[in-house]
Structure formats: structure tokens, C-alpha cells
Design a protein around this ligand. Structure first.
Ligand code: FES
Ligand code: FES
Length: 907
């Protein structure tokens, strides 16, 4: 057999049954990605006979003799294809994991297809961008500013440094590497929601050719830990083992098979015989604390940071300011409602996974798809009793995270397998495993009571929240604390009460997810504000203006926080409300046929710019011989854009251009420390550390020049890659030479500990049309205003807002993991889950408040996580405005809306 790939003939033959995707990757075409292996995402798109196909669905032998083009072969040897260039010009990507497939599809479109992108792009999913920048690329729009003067990078729309590699398929993600002598891991997972493992018979499985090891709880350390990664371990309960003798949800790993091939490992998994003692399972969180309910972790105690294991209670929170009951009784108007938020998945296109090996010096190396390499190293060191310098964790480019990779779901088993076998090992989760065995957003039941006086001033706010953390408590306590804090602290109100309960159930664990609890609480709070306003005849905008905190007001939610480091580094909430109101009122609702009801809705959110209790980042900048700089940071790039912004910060402080800043990142071997790329800290914390390092180096540069000139360093400035003092100028190249000759390299170190913290704000507005006959919801207008301080990179920040809105709209309108009565996820595929595609996502108008933060780097604030938070709430308010019905349980799908619409409006 022979295959013509990118104009070159390959004589290799595929294995029996092998799909084209894996065949191409084995030949080194790493631009061909896997998002689902089921034909649902398009990450594996290649051109076959010039037509885009999902290579995961094509048997490789069918491509014999037919020209195949992967992203690596789309352009010429030295020049990008015009569509690759268009994606660069428009920056039509974030993490870039979908980009190769997306570009190939776009490059193949004819003129007719270009006029119907909804249909033409339905086979390619992007989880990051919200599609607007992709559409811009197709239409040849240029969004980047290419040329910026030295020292002028900050605040400009500069392109991502990895862009050329991303669009040409050369960017390397976790699995884009060849390793010799590699063994493959497959996991046997529990079919039971709750069971004790009585025995595992490995004999038949070990007989499979190529099997090297079968690892069970008997091989795993007995150390308890949390898969959640935080700077402070005490934030999460210790309730997890690498492999346990009790399984607590369907999908929990029971055993790991390590074999020469994935096929052998899968076959051995099928042959493992496990004897289970079935235990009673708890599926419904409402029953968790009831007498007689099955107990998920009966042996855990407060010493394990589990509040009350006998009541399945991981954590609880209670507090009150003032007297809510009396205030409600005296209020002119009140509102009470119960809201349920569903279980949704991050659906980052790159699944969890990694490689691990022991190097010649005995260091355990782990290359993983992670947002937290440094904290993962610390965890592995603790679990396996290895000195910290004997563990290295790093990531290449990460194909999306959204909080889901602030966990350690695979690195522990990779480490165990590498240590046991002494061979390099690989584990790549399937899309189904991603759904059934990683983490999800916490489903919550939020009961709210709220009151206001006749002037529309809030008198009382009360939240009663039940959060389902699933079988393990990773992030459960922190998500709850976050959910009930900023959601009500953004409003002045003399009487507030919070009761929160985080409970275990025998279901797939919940964990960190963009917004971290706020979207679930905000949907109730913002509904209550609207309902009070409606009763009083006050506009939703004015109701909020009368009650929001203003700069200097205390930001309070009960119980009183032990952290007092949240300050108004800047304040732009009032501007955000004005911006959204102005945009929403720019025109009138469109005239639609009578079955459509239209309405407007808004919601606002506040977010602390850093999580509490410490978030640490180190940075180092060194001057290179060529007068450029090397910047080393620990934080990972997973589409959040920090690698762009960190270079902008360093280039601005050092009076140079971003192309002179070489970036090394996300590798524990590079020294320093970084808590991780989560909570939007990449800009606010690691960016501050970068600013500090660059500032120190700038001082060093001036001192070195002043030393050579025998003048006062205070007379020196940096200008256009020179140190200048009066008429004297010394280039950075010359300074590097002097430093080298003096045996003292010039470098700056910076550190940030994430305190004090500031606050950022987002306001979302929607205009919707709801079909009263079918329950269909159409978005007629989407507007978001964000207070991001000085916007470090407007193009990129706009993309983060658009992507956050798109992802949140998926959860608000379609996405829902369905769990049956046995605790099984019944829709663990993209096909049954409905990720938003190009046709589903409306264009969002994005506005920025004009503020400058006194705490953030060069005046900036974080803005990746928070755009998600007000979306479902604003949509719920818009639907209520249109229909007069308050729907309380997203997703707002037609079948959810139809019964109430039918009751009210008839058929
Ligand atoms: S990996 Fe082929 S369509 Fe998703
Ligand atoms: S850029 Fe499209 S999935 Fe990340």
C-alpha cells in the first residue's frame, strides 16, 4: 500500500481496522488532532481528494491512492496558505486545538458555502473563541496590530506568539511527540455507583500478549489526597487514592493495564475479573443528609477536612448580618424562588492525559495536559514519597482547560505506572472518560429570599444552597464559598444570610469550572433583583444602580471573611451598566410574527481578581547576548492568552518589542514557582511577577550603563532598546557584552503573592425572542460590558469575553449531563450533549469600562473567567421579560419551556 500525504508518498500500511486519524499521527502528522474520535468535533479534519473529512471516521485503507492534505501540507514550504494567514491576521484561535481542522475546512469552502457558514462549519467545534474571530478570518478581516513601537506593547492588539505554529500545525500539545519504548495505559472503570472490591483476578488479563503490568489498589500508595490543586492543601478534603478498594461512582478507575499497545491494554481490561460487593448508592443530593442515607465516605473525619461524613457533608457555611427574617417581614416587596443548575462539562477539546518516564538521573518526568504543573509536582512528591527535585511536571501547549485541568486526574496513575514498569508510559483519556470520570460543574439547588423597600432599596438577601460535589470533594468547599460571596457582596443590603451545604453523592465528581460557583448562585440573585424591580415598576438598570456597591463600600457576604485583602484597585461597575443599557436601547426590538414574544434581560457579576489564601508566581527575565530577553514564568498557556500578555508587559517595561522577548513557561525544571493558571491569575498574579522581574532588570540595565559612564543611574532611562542618559546611549547588546565580560549576567527576578486583590465586573444584556408555541429561544442581541482595568490586549480580551459568553450560552440553552437513577451518565458523547457550533452562537457586542487598576500589572485586571458568570442569569431574565414566566432550571431548552408556555398561552 502507499499513501500520498501532503504530496509525499508513504509506503506504510495501516493496521487492520486503523482509522486515518491515528495512522496519520503515527506518521508524524501531529496537526491531526483528536477531540472525540466519533465524528462530532472536527479536530481531526484533513482534506481527502480536496474535501474536508473527519479522519477519525475514515478507515485508513480507504485513503490509499487518494491525495491527503493535513494542516502541515496546506501551505507551501516557506509560505502560509492564505487561510492560515487569515487566521493569523484575525487571530481566529485561542487554545488552537481546533484550529488545524477549522482552517482545513475553511480553506476548502467555495463561494456558496462561504455565504452559509452555519451549514459549512457545522462539523467543526471550537470551545474557546465563540466563532466571531473565525468568521473574521474567513472574511479576511485583520484584527492584529503588527507594528508597535519599542516600549509600546501594553494595551495593543498584538498577536499570540505561538500563532504561526498554531496555524501551521506545528504547535506541540501534550501528545504531539514520539517516545521510544512507550507503554500504553488503559483503565478499567467501575460499572457500579458504590461497591467494595473483593477480589481482582488478573490471570486472564496478564495472558494477553504485550501486557506488562496490571495495577490495582494493592499496588497503589495508601496516601489520601484531593485531585483538586490549590496552593494550600487545606482547601480540599483528603478523600481520594490513586486506586481505591472502594468505588464511589460509575466510571471510577478500578485498575490500570500497562501494555505495549492500546489494543492490548484494552483487551486485558476486558479480561480482568473483578468481584464486587455492591453497596447502597446515594444518587439524589437532596437525600444526602437525611437519616438512613447511604454514606459515601463513612471513614473520613474532620482530620481529613470532611465536615460530617455521617451526613455526607463535605463542607457547610452559615452566617448572617442583621436580621433577615424581620427585614423580609417589613419589606414593601419580597421574592422567593428555588433555582436548579445542571451538571455541565468543560469539554476542552484536548482530553486529559500525559506521558511519564524516569530519566537517566532518576527524575520522574510527567508531561501532562495541566493548568497546574507545580502543584501537581508537589502532589506526586507527597503521594509517592519522592524528593521534590526528583519530580518534574511540565506541559506543552494545552488544548483548553476552563478549570477542568486544575485537577490531577491522570498524573498519579501515570507516575505509578512509570515507577512500577520503569518504562515511558502514556495515558490519553477518551471523550467518554472525560464525561464519566473527570469533573463537571457543581450542580446546585439555590433557594433565594429577597426583599426591598418602596424606593427599591434592598432590605434582605438570603441564600440557601445545596451543592452536589459527587463522589469526591475536590473543589467542593471553595466553590461553595465563592458562590455565596461575590454574588451578594456586590449589593449593598443591611440584612444578609447564607446557608450552604456541600454534599457527597455516588455520582461523577464535580470540580473547578470557569466561574467557580458564581454562575449557579448569580442566576438566583439576579432573578430576584429583576423580580423585585418588576413588582416596584423600576427598570432593571435602575434597580441595580440603587443597590450596587460603589467604590469604598464594604463588600460583604456572611459569614465575615477571614480575608481582608480585597480592595477597590479600580471600579467600573457603574460604567458597565451604562454601556449595556446604552447598547441595548440603541434600537427597538425587531417586528416578529405573533407567535414570538420578545424581551430584554440583564445581569451583573463581580469577581475577586485572585482566589483567596495565596496565589504565588515567580518570574525571571534575563538579558541575552543579542540584546533580547528571556522571560521565564511558571504559568501555563491553554488559550487564555497569558503568553501574549506576559511578553507585552516585559517588552513595555524594558522598552523593547515583543519579538525580542523569548518565553519559557510551565515547566517545574525551570525553577521558580507558579500556583497555576486558574482564577484568571495568569495576568493578575503572574503578570505582576513579570512586571516586577522586568522592572528589576530595567534597574540593573540602568545601573550597569551608569557604572560604565560613571554617572548617576537616576539620570538613565530606557528608550528603544538603549539605555539613555543625556546624549549618551548604550544599546542592550553592548550592555550584554559588558555583563558577559564582567562575569555577571544581567537578570531580574519578580514575585507576586496574589495579595492584595482587586475586583472586576461584568454586565451582560440579552434581547431574546421566545416562540410561545414551541419554546424555541432566539438571541436577538447580546451585549457584554467588562471592567478589565487597562485592557492589556483589546483583541485578545474581546475574544475571552466572546468565548466566555459562547460557553455559558451552551450551558444556558443546551448542555446538560444526564445522570440516570443508577448514577450513570447517559450522554457521554458530544453528539448527545450539544456543544454550541457556529450556527448556535450569536455575535456579542463587547465594551470595556475605562478604568486603571492600582493593584494589577500596568493597571490591568483579569478577564478570562468572569465573562461566563452573568450569562445564564441575563438570559433567564430576558426570557422572563418576554414570557412573564420565571424559568428556574437551565438549560432553557424548548422541552423545558414548552409546558409552562402551553399552560399560559395555549397551543
Ligand atoms: S476527533 Fe474526529 S471528529 Fe472529533
Ligand atoms: S481555539 Fe478552538 S477549541 Fe480552543
Amino acid at each position: 500500500m502507499s499513501f500520498e500525504i501532503n504530496g509525499t508518498t508513504f509506503p506504510q500500511a495501516p493496521r487492520a481496522g486503523q482509522c486515518l486519524r491515528t495512522f496519520l499521527r503515527e506518521l508524524g502528522h501531529f496537526g491531526v488532532k483528536k477531540g472525540c474520535d466519533a465524528g462530532d468535533c472536527g479536530a481531526c479534519t484533513v482534506l481527502l481528494d480536496g474535501e474536508p473529512v473527519h479522519s477519525c471516521l475514515i478507515p485508513a485503507f480507504r485513503a490509499e491512492g487518494r491525495p491527503i492534505t493535513t494542516i502541515e501540507g496546506l501551505g507551501g514550504e516557506h509560505a502560509a496558505h492564505q487561510m492560515q494567514q487569515a487566521f493569523l491576521d484575525a487571530q481566529g484561535f485561542q487554545c488552537g486545538f481546533c484550529t488545524a481542522g477549522m482552517i482545513l475546512t475553511c480553506a476548502s469552502l467555495n463561494q456558496a458555502q462561504r455565504t452559509d457558514l452555519d451549514a459549512a462549519l457545522k462539523g467543526n467545534i471550537c470551545r474557546c473563541t465563540g466563532y466571531r474571530s473565525i468568521e473574521d478570518a474567513i472574511h479576511g478581516k485583520i484584527n492584529v496590530e503588527e507594528s508597535v513601537e519599542a516600549g509600546g506593547a501594553f494595551g495593543r492588539s498584538l498577536p499570540a506568539p505561538a500563532g504561526p505554529d498554531v496555524v501551521r500545525g506545528q504547535a506541540r500539545y501534550t501528545f504531539d511527540t514520539k517516545a521510544d519504548n512507550l507503554l500504553h495505559i488503559k483503565l478499567l472503570r467501575s460499572p457500579h455507583a458504590h461497591a467494595r472490591i473483593v477480589a481482582i483476578d488478573r490471570s486472564a488479563a496478564m495472558a494477553v500478549a504485550g501486557v506488562h503490568a496490571i495495577l490495582t489498589h494493592e499496588d497503589a500508595p495508601s496516601v489520601l489526597f484531593s485531585t483538586a490543586r490549590h496552593e494550600k492543601d487545606w482547601m480540599d478534603p483528603e478523600d481520594t487514592r490513586v486506586l481505591d478498594d472502594v468505588v464511589r461512582f460509575i466510571g471510577q478507575k478500578v485498575a490500570a493495564v500497562v501494555a505495549e499497545s492500546e489494543a492490548a491494554a484494552e483487551e486485558a481490561c476486558r479480561r480482568l475479573e473483578v468481584e464486587y460487593e455492591i453497596l447502597p448508592a446515594l444518587i439524589d443530593p437532596e437525600q444526602a443528609m437525611m437519616p438512613g442515607a447511604p454514606r459515601v465516605h463513612p471513614d473520613r473525619t474532620t482530620a481529613n477536612r470532611v465536615a460530617d461524613a455521617q451526613r455526607n457533608l463535605v463542607a457547610e457555611i452559615h452566617g448572617e448580618f442583621g436580621d433577615v427574617a424581620s427585614a423580609l417581614a417589613a419589606s414593601a416587596v419580597t421574592y422567593e424562588g428555588t433555582f436548579h443548575s445542571q451538571r455541565v462539562q468543560h469539554a476542552a477539546l484536548e482530553t486529559h492525559g500525559g506521558l511519564a518516564w524516569l530519566d537517566a538521573t532518576g527524575v520522574l518526568n510527567v508531561r501532562a495536559s495541566t493548568q497546574v504543573p507545580f502543584l501537581t509536582r508537589r502532589a506526586l512528591s507527597g503521594i509517592f514519597g519522592l524528593p521534590i527535585d526528583k519530580v518534574r511536571v511540565f506541559c506543552e501547549r494545552v488544548g483548553g482547560g476552563f478549570g477542568g485541568k486544575q485537577e490531577m486526574f491522570v498524573e498519579d496513575i501515570l507516575a505509578l505506572a512509570a515507577l512500577k514498569t520503569g518504562r515511558p508510559v502514556k495515558l490519553e483519556l477518551t471523550r467518554e472518560e472525560q464525561f464519566i470520570a473527570t469533573s463537571t460543574r457543581h450542580p446546585m439547588r439555590v433557594h433565594i429570599r429577597a426583599g426591598a423597600d418602596a424606593e427599591g432599596k434592598l432590605t434582605a438577601l438570603q441564600l440557601d444552597v445545596l451543592s452536589n460535589t459527587g463522589a469526591y470533594g475536590n473543589h467542593g468547599p471553595s466553590v461553595m464559598f465563592h458562590a455565596v460571596s461575590e454574588s451578594i457582596a456586590v449589593y449593598n443590603c443591611p440584612n444578609k444570610r447564607v446557608d450552604g451545604f456541600v454534599v457527597y453523592t455516588n455520582t461523577v465528581p464535580a470540580g473547578a469550572f470557569r466561574g467557580y460557583g458564581l454562575p449557579q448562585a448569580v442566576i438566583a440573585v439576579e432573578a430576584a433583583i429583576d423580580e423585585l424591580a418588576r413588582q416596584l415598576g423600576i427598570s432593571p438598570y435602575d434597580m441595580r444602580r440603587r443597590n450596587i456597591i460603589r467604590e469604598g463600600d464594604p463588600m460583604l457576604s456572611p459569614p465575615e471573611s477571614e480575608y481582608h485583602d480585597v480592595l477597590y484597585g479600580s471600579y467600573g461597575l457603574d460604567q458597565c451598566i451604562d454601556l449595556v443599557e446604552h447598547a441595548m436601547q440603541a434600537d427597538q426590538p425587531a417586528e416578529l410574527s405573533p407567535e414570538w414574544l420578545t424581551g430584554d434581560g440583564i445581569a451583573l457579576t463581580m469577581i475577586d481578581t485572585v482566589p483567596p489564601a495565596g496565589h504565588i508566581a515567580d518570574a525571571m527575565v534575563t538579558l541575552n547576548d543579542d540584546g533580547g530577553f528571556e522571560l521565564t514564568v511558571g504559568t501555563a498557556e491553554f488559550g487564555n492568552g497569558t503568553s501574549t500578555v506576559h511578553r507585552q508587559i516585559a517588552a513595555t517595561v524594558l522598552a523593547t518589542t515583543v519579538d525580542r522577548i523569548r518565553l519559557r513557561q510551565s515547566d517545574t525544571a525551570h525553577g521558580g514557582h507558579d500556583t497555576g493558571a486558574y482564577g484568571s491569575t495568569g495576568l493578575f498574579v503572574a503578570g505582576k511577577a513579570t512586571q516586577a522581574a522586568a522592572t528589576q532588570l530595567a534597574t540593573e540595565l540602568k545601573a550597569a550603563a551608569a557604572g560604565a559612564w560613571l554617572c548617576d543611574a537616576a539620570t538613565c532611562t530606557l528608550e528603544d532598546e538603549f539605555v539613555v542618559s543625556g546624549v549618551r546611549r548604550m544599546s542592550f547588546v553592548e550592555l550584554a557584552r559588558l555583563a558577559r565580560e564582567g562575569g555577571r549576567p544581567l537578570a531580574g527576578h519578580g514575585n507576586s503573592e496574589g495579595s492584595p486583590r482587586s475586583v472586576g465586573f461584568n454586565v451582560q444584556g440579552f434581547r431574546v425572542a421566545v416562540n410561545k408555541g414551541t419554546g424555541e429561544v432566539r438571541i436577538l442581541r447580546s451585549v457584554q460590558a467588562a471592567d478589565a482595568g487597562v485592557v492589556a490586549n483589546p483583541m485578545q480580551c474581546r475574544g475571552q469575553v466572546e468565548g466566555g459568553v459562547a460557553q455559558a450560552l451552551g450551558a444556558a440553552l443546551y448542555e446538560e449531563m444526564v445522570i440516570d437513577a443508577q448514577g450513570r451518565v447517559t450522554n457521554p458523547k458530544f453528539r448527545d450533549y450539544h456543544l454550541p457550533s457556529f450556527a448556535d452562537v450569536p455575535r456579542t457586542e463587547v465594551f470595556f469600562a475605562e478604568t486603571s487598576d492600582t493593584i494589577g500589572p500596568l493597571g490591568a485586571k483579569s478577564m478570562s473567567e468572569s465573562p461566563y458568570n452573568p450569562v445564564a442569569a441575563a438570559l433567564g431574565n430576558a426570557i422572563a421579560d418576554a414570557t412573564g414566566i420565571r424559568f428556574t432550571a437551565p438549560p432553557f431548552k424548548p422541552d423545558r419551556l414548552f409546558p409552562a408556555l402551553h399552560d399560559k398561552f395555549g397551543s
